[in-house]
Design a protein around this ligand. Structure first.
Ligand SMILES: [Zn+2]
Ligand SMILES: [Zn+2]
Length: 257
């Protein structure tokens, strides 16, 4: 299995994953044009995508979803709640290409599992993508970690986890008080500390790599996120490859062996 994160943050999120036979995207929160350009940078084509999985209906996750589906005949997988709430942003989706999440499913050789997380969309899900006994866990927007996510994200090979804000930078930044309260709430976003503690909780010997995603541009930096998470892992004697994902560029294809 190979993975590239095409970009992540409040201005857009999208993740590309492939196995030998199948290719999928998780979220399409950039314009269709930008996602096409990002795919070209990793030498991949949107015409080969077998499915687009949506986590929730916020614009930074679905902005380009409708256009990609229409232009490249890509099946969309989404909860009914997010589809209804995001219908205007999605535009018309061909009935044959629209799949509501009802139970775990397969796309070609990928086994796909999903479960609910706490974030203030009409409904938000996290995904586990499995192929050949390797698992990638994806949770880009999480209010807080409950026992369900802690349980489901045991035994991953790759973890993609939100590391949205630094506590003191959030307090000091120019956001209005109600937005700060929303971000910190149980249904807002995961802080760098939350991400560090969560990684300690789900860490095991086969967890090879962690991507920190969805960094705030106003209350976090790549450097701060990395250092905060790294120091929590060091305190717990955990040594693991951490990659901070930027908003505007993409990560090189990583081969999970
Ligand atoms: Zn969101
Ligand atoms: Zn988001």
């Amino acid at each position: 299995m190979k993975i590239s994160i095409l970009g992540s943050g409040s201005s857009g999120n999208s993740i590309y994953i492939e196995n030998s036979n199948n290719k999928i995207l998780i979220d399409a929160g950039f314009s269709g044009k930008i996602i096409k350009e990002k795919m070209e940078k990793i030498n991949r084509s949107l015409d080969d995508i077998d499915g687009l999985l949506i986590t929730h209906e916020h614009g930074d996750h679905i902005l380009g979803a409708g256009i990609l589906s229409r232009r490249h005949k890509i099946p969309i997988y989404i909860t009914k709640e997010s589809f209804i709430a995001g219908e205007k942003k999605l535009g018309k989706i061909d009935e044959d290409l629209l799949n509501f999440l009802e139970k775990d499913f397969n796309i070609g050789d990928f086994k796909i599992k999903y479960f609910d997380v706490h974030h203030d969309a009409s409904r938000t899900v996290a995904y586990i993508i499995e192929y050949n006994n390797k698992k990638i866990g994806v949770a880009t927007d999480i209010g807080h970690a409950d026992n369900i996510i802690k349980y489901n994200f045991q035994n991953l090979d790759v973890l993609i986890i939100e590391s949205n804000y630094d506590h003191s930078m959030l307090i000091e930044c120019g956001y209005p008080a109600d937005l700060k309260a929303r971000i910190k709430s149980n249904r807002g976003h995961f802080s760098n500390d939350d991400a560090g503690k969560f990684i300690c909780h789900v860490h095991h010997d086969n967890l090879k790599k962690v991507y920190l995603v969805h960094l705030s541009k106003d209350s976090n930096t790549a450097h701060t996120a990395y250092n905060t998470v790294k120091s929590i892992l060091d305190e717990n004697s955990i040594n693991i490859d951490i990659e901070v994902v930027p908003q505007n560029t993409y990560t090189q294809l990583y081969h999970i062996k």
